[in-house]
Ligand binder design. Structure first.
Ligand code: FMN
Length: 395
């Protein structure tokens, strides 16, 4: 892989030469780009020696090509910013390009970027920094860390850059398919979020699904080069990727219509939405009034089973992956669903596991294959779990 290591002005920059060395040892070609402030912490000579190439650190003066940021962008498969200061995170989130690295970061659009933030805990927890990170994540920028522990300023807390070994490992496990564009030319369907089943003009039956897992899957597939049709129920999440095409729906029947229309032209589908099994048999077109002191009965009728329907129309060579959120008899129930619905894989998560399931930023899953395979993914961010799922089902 061709990797550009971007280095900014944080104390953890002293670890960047070691990161470059480990990347080269892992077989990657590496070039370095720095901000002006980074060179207060690590020298040009060190970076040029460990990388074996000329450092990109000045927009205008000593580069052979006047548009080095564009030729570097064409050269690189991946841009890793380690350490990433609060400043560079803020600049990218605001579209500022006033030095070599921030200019390269904006030019790198459409290619994977990984940031390893490092800063004092107070800076890390500042709403501006958190807001900027949320923005960058919604644009598909990957983050590893920060870790918790002793900080250079003498305090302790979140803000340490993760160790270079961990960054190299993250690239190998989570970013390989992104940088290699292994799914280029493929089209995938992803469903995400909850469904809302209307009771009347102002009320509905819903569930707690946030859509985070499905959005992370759409991102992982698009990063790997696929065109993604994301059909999502109501969610506060936003996503912005040139290869993700989003369709917003509300009810299970709307999701069914969108999914069955899209799947026939797709290479595969991952159905992670939490679809309501039932809906009210009638939906009032006005707000229902309370009547006396009596209770109220709602009659529910079954919704179409989207997963089973796609399993029936699945053609040879197409893949179909479902999710099973179980509370008991997890393995047995998931395996039954895998066979009954003609799936290739089922991703099982249990509500009994802390940090797994609805609303959280993390998940812990087991991927069961129709071929009898089993792959356990321990508690990790939904983004990392999504990469594991995508690499398991497409390898
Ligand atoms: C000794 C020292 C250590 C610093 N460490 C950090 C750090 O770890 N993270 C950070 O975000 N800023 C740190 N700063 C502040 C940045 O250097 C400053 O925000 C600078 O403008 C960053 O520029 P750059 O992002 O263009 O490299 C440090 C400053 C000094 C003087």
């Amino acid at each position: 892989m061709k990797i550009i290591v971007g280095i900014t002005g944080g104390i953890a920059a002293y670890k960047s030469p070691e990161l470059v060395r480990l990347m080269k040892k892992a077989g990657h070609e590496v070039r370095c780009a720095t901000t002006e402030h980074a060179l207060q912490f690590v020298t040009r000579a060190t970076l040029e020696t460990v990388s074996g190439t000329q450092l990109y650190h000045n927009l205008f003066v000593d580069n052979s090509s006047a548009t080095e940021h564009i030729s570097l962008k064409d050269w690189g498969d991946l841009l890793v910013v380690a350490p990433a200061t609060a400043n560079i995170i803020g600049k990218v989130a605001s579209g500022i390009a006033d030095d070599p690295l921030s200019t390269l970061l904006l030019a790198f659009s459409g290619k994977p970027v990984l940031m390893a933030p490092a800063m004092n805990s107070l800076m890390w927890s500042h709403p501006a920094v958190q807001h900027n990170i949320k923005t960058l994540k919604s644009w598909g920028i990957h983050f590893v860390g920060p870790a918790e522990g002793e900080l250079a300023c003498g305090t302790s807390g979140p803000g340490r850059m993760v160790e270079p070994e961990e960054i190299v490992k993250y690239i190998a496990t989570s970013l390989h398919s992104s940088a290699q564009q292994t799914l280029s030319g493929q089209r995938w369907l992803v469903t995400a979020g909850p469904t809302y089943e209307r009771i009347d003009s102002v009320r509905f039956i819903g569930n707690y699904s946030s859509g985070k897992m499905g959005f992370a899957l759409a991102q992982a597939l698009a990063d790997a080069g696929a065109e993604v049709e994301l059909v999502t129920g109501p969610t506060a999440l936003s996503i912005s990727h040139p290869r993700i095409h989003r369709t917003d729906i509300e009810s299970a029947r709307e999701m069914y219509t969108a999914a069955t229309a899209t799947y026939p032209t797709c290479h595969g589908a991952i159905l992670s939405a939490a679809v309501a099994d039932y809906r009210p048999s009638e939906c009032a077109d006005h707000k229902l009034k309370k009547q006396g002191d009596e209770g109220m009965n709602l009659t529910l009728i079954q919704n179409p089973d989207i997963l089973a329907s796609l399993g029936k129309i699945k053609k040879t060579g197409q893949l179909l992956i479902g999710f099973a959120l179980e509370t008991d008899n997890e393995l047995q129930n998931a395996q039954g669903k895998l066979q009954r619905k003609n799936l290739d894989y089922i991703v099982m998560n249990s509500l009994r596991d802390t940090g797994a399931g609805f609303g959280t930023d993390t998940n812990k899953v087991t991927i069961l294959g129709a071929d009898g395979s089993r792959h356990d993914v321990g508690l990790r961010s939904k983004q990392e779990v999504a990469f594991e799922i995508v690499s398991t089902i497409t390898s």
